[in-house]
Design a binder for this molecule. Structure first.
Ligand code: SF4
Length: 473
């Protein structure tokens, strides 16, 4: 792997050694601005030295920089980005002989820290910028659960002064976090809940970062949950292009993609859009705010020959005719002369979202295993309809059941993270309760965390979505 700009600090007996661990593949970790920021902040301090660990480099047991075994480090800082990364994190801890301080943060910890408490000395809820030293030294209570139960939020005005440029998920690119949080109100979305309030980085700050890193890469990746919502998106893209950069936004919303965007972003091979549901009715249940017309218009005006579409299934009130609407949308795009790639995931009803009361599978009248059976039927139905007209990928239903269990689990889940949980484990240890629906008055473990919203508000959102889905509860 070729990297530009990593730190090479010499170990000294006085420096505290901090392992920054991304328990997943290098390509994702190197493209994550949060982890890069953490690495930069720790190394900026004279009395610390940070080195990185990824699961596909020395199996996560030795550092990238100096191949030093994890057991030689004093502190391990884990960033858990996806639920299943918890298995890798626990495997790394148990097979490395590490005996120092274990701290975990990242979106999965922020959404629900309870399943992780058994394996870490501290878990961090929220945003860790400008606080890494205090976290390592135990001087900060803000965000460190259980010393504090309040999510820590920072302003976006400080920037990552230095970053490693390498071939990551965006190719070889300068990463610029354009915004955090999302002003939209999609009811299934954890991003808007754990990164609220929405914040944008100013145009000046974005240009300054691009100027400071000029020469390191020919491309800038503009990263945000919804970059095209930035009030100066077009001006920023244009300015970066005038500096000689190719610009790649992390995603594009169909309702923001017009002729001006298409022209400015130039020739693209694939345009990725996320209608999430095939029918207008279900998009209203989700509060997605994108119409079929938006999707068709974006597909039509884009120079891309391939349109990649993201959908979910297992939605509340979903019928087979809603699934047919997915097929119809794909056919309509094919009729524009474009090829279509379709990625379909079962909905994972996440903590803190208005869908947290839903069962996995979406049908409140069914128990966990009945919902899983129905999801499998729907998966087969979608495959049979789509495989002749699109390149289709449907995520593994049992794997997503495991994700649901980890994301909604409580402290008892900790006992299962040191084995690879499967559907059979879920049944054997009676973890199905985390897949079931909940009554609106149910007290979730994560209700104890102050995320900055009132539960009544998301309950009202849930009620509205149920009304729109035609479900009584
Ligand atoms: S637009 Fe995307 S990031 Fe924003 S709330 Fe909807 S799904 Fe979440």
């Amino acid at each position: 792997m070729r990297e530009f700009n990593p730190f090479f600090k010499k170990f000294s007996s006085k420096a505290k050694k901090i392992a920054v661990i991304y328990p997943n593949r290098y390509v994702g970790g190197i493209s994550n601005t949060g982890i890069q920021r953490l690495y930069f902040e720790v190394n900026r301090e004279e009395k610390y030295i940070a080195e990185r660990f990824y699961t596909d480099v020395f199996n996560g047991l030795r550092s990238v920089e100096s191949a030093t075994p994890l057991e030689k480090f004093d502190v391990a800082l884990f960033s858990i980005q996806y639920e299943e990364d918890a298995f890798s994190a626990v495997r790394i801890l148990s097979s490395s002989g590490f005996s120092g301080k274990k701290i975990a943060g990242g979106p999965c910890i922020t959404q629900n820290p309870f399943p992780y408490l058994k394996h870490f000395d501290r878990v961090f809820i929220g945003e860790a910028e400008n606080a890494v030293r205090s976290i390592v030294e135990d001087e900060l209570t803000d965000g460190l659960f259980p010393l504090s139960n309040k999510r820590r939020v920072v302003s976006l005005d400080t920037e990552m002064k230095r970053q490693i440029v390498a071939d990551g998920a965006y190719g070889k690119a300068i990463l610029i976090e354009m915004g955090r949080g999302c002003p939209r109100g999609c009811r299934f979305c954890i991003v808007r809940q754990i990164y609220s309030p929405p914040r944008w980085r100013s145009r000046d700050s974005i240009i300054e970062i691009a100027e400071e890193n000029i020469g390191l890469a020919g491309k800038v990746a503009l990263i945000a949950p919804s970059p095209t919502d930035h009030p100066e998106f077009l001006e920023i893209v244009s300015e970066l292009q005038n500096m000689g950069y190719e610009v790649s936004p992390s995603s594009i919303r169909a309702d923001r993609f017009d002729e001006e965007h298409a022209e400015l972003l130039g020739d693209v091979k694939t345009l990725t859009l996320a209608p999430e549901a095939g029918s207008e009715r279900l998009r209203e249940v989700l509060n997605k705010g994108i119409s079929e017309e938006d999707v068709m218009q974006a597909a039509e005006i884009s120079s891309a020959k391939k349109i990649k579409l993201y959908f979910m299934f297992g939605l509340p009130g979903e019928t087979y005719s809603d699934l047919d609407e997915i097929v119809r949308m794909v056919e309509k795009i094919r009729n524009l002369g474009k090829s279509v790639q379709v990625s379909i995931n079962p909905l994972v009803p996440k903590p803190h979202t208005p869908f947290q009361w839903l069962p996995y599978g979406g049908d409140l009248s069914k128990n966990a295993m009945e919902n899983i059976k129905e999801l499998k039927k729907k998966r087969d139905y979608l495959y049979s309809k789509l495989r002749r007209i699109a390149d289709v990928e449907i995520e593994n239903i049992e794997r997503f059941a495991v994700q649901t269990v980890i994301s909604r689990g409580d402290e008892s889940m900790g006992d299962f993270l040191d084995r690879k949980v499967r559907l059979s484990t879920i049944r054997k240890f009676r973890l199905e309760r985390f897949l079931e629906g909940f009554s609106p008055d149910y007290e979730f473990p994560w209700d104890r965390i102050d995320m900055g919203y009132r539960k009544n508000r998301i309950r009202r959102e849930f009620e509205i979505s149920m009304e729109k889905a035609g479900i009584e509860f």
